[in-house]
Ligand binder design. Structure first.
Ligand code: ZN
Length: 243
């Protein structure tokens, strides 16, 4: 199985709304468009990825999520006894980029609707890296229509973000050229990230006897699902210890 770019993006978008707070089955329910209480209670039906896989079987959706885990887009981490979905570095790189695009298209819509001085509070306390990327993307449009929103936003955000907003307003006013190389590099980097990383057998060294042992793809899959770290000992040492 290999997921399409669109499937990968959809799953990452859905995961973003429950990251560190929900597991694989909740993620599958969002994608499936479930009307279950928990989904509605947390307003997960508002997620743009809600119901995107409504015609697929639940098990097929879970298989897609597991593929995302195997290919290094998502990971499982335990919060107490509960296995939670988290982003890998690769997954977050893609998601933060598309999330910034989502914010920009929202502004576009507002501009088109002629919406004046919206409350910018929703942008505060968001992931800083994503927010700075969003500001960068606003600047890259070289479009002055966003200046009034930036001015509203500048009033309420923290110092570091304010400084970036200010610089962006100036750049838009002055019609500063943008660095195409940076834009191109970012696009290429996202494209590369979307390839994922196919799981491979790993050769690990046993802590106890020092022998090399193979940590197979299948075992890795199992360990990841369980949120376990890599085994420290070879099978023989493990058997001796726990068997
Ligand atoms: Zn050993």
């Amino acid at each position: 199985m290999k997921l399409s770019e669109s499937d990968i993006r959809t799953i990452l978008r859905a995961a973003d709304d429950i990251i560190g707070q929900g597991g694989r089955s909740l993620l599958a329910k969002i994608l499936k468009g479930s009307r279950e209480k928990k989904v509605l209670q947390y307003e997960l039906d508002q997620c743009p990825a809600y119901g995107c896989f409504h015609s697929a079987k639940l098990q097929d959706v879970i298989d897609k999520i597991d593929w995302m885990i195997d290919y290094d887009f998502l990971d499982i981490e335990y919060s107490g006894k509960l296995p939670m979905v988290v982003f890998t570095e690769r997954g977050w790189q893609i998601e933060s980029d598309q999330r910034a695009d989502e914010l920009l298209s929202e502004w576009n819509q507002w501009v088109a609707e002629g919406r004046q001085s919206p409350d910018m509070g929703y942008l505060k306390d968001r992931n800083r890296q994503m927010i700075l990327l969003f500001i960068e993307k606003v600047r890259e449009t070289q479009d002055r229509k966003y200046i009034s929103y930036l001015q509203e936003w500048e009033k309420i955000d923290y110092k570091k973000v304010r400084a970036e907003i200010r610089a962006t307003i100036k750049a838009l006013e002055a019609n500063d050229p943008i660095n195409q190389e940076v834009v191109q590099k970012r696009k290429e980097s996202i494209k590369e990230a979307l390839e994922g990383s196919a799981p491979q057998d790993l050769l690990l060294k046993c802590w106890e006897c020092g022998k090399r042992f193979t940590f197979t793809v299948g075992e890795q899959h199992f360990y990841k699902q369980k949120g376990f770290v890599h085994p420290k000992r070879c099978e023989e040492c493990r058997d001796r210890r726990y068997g």
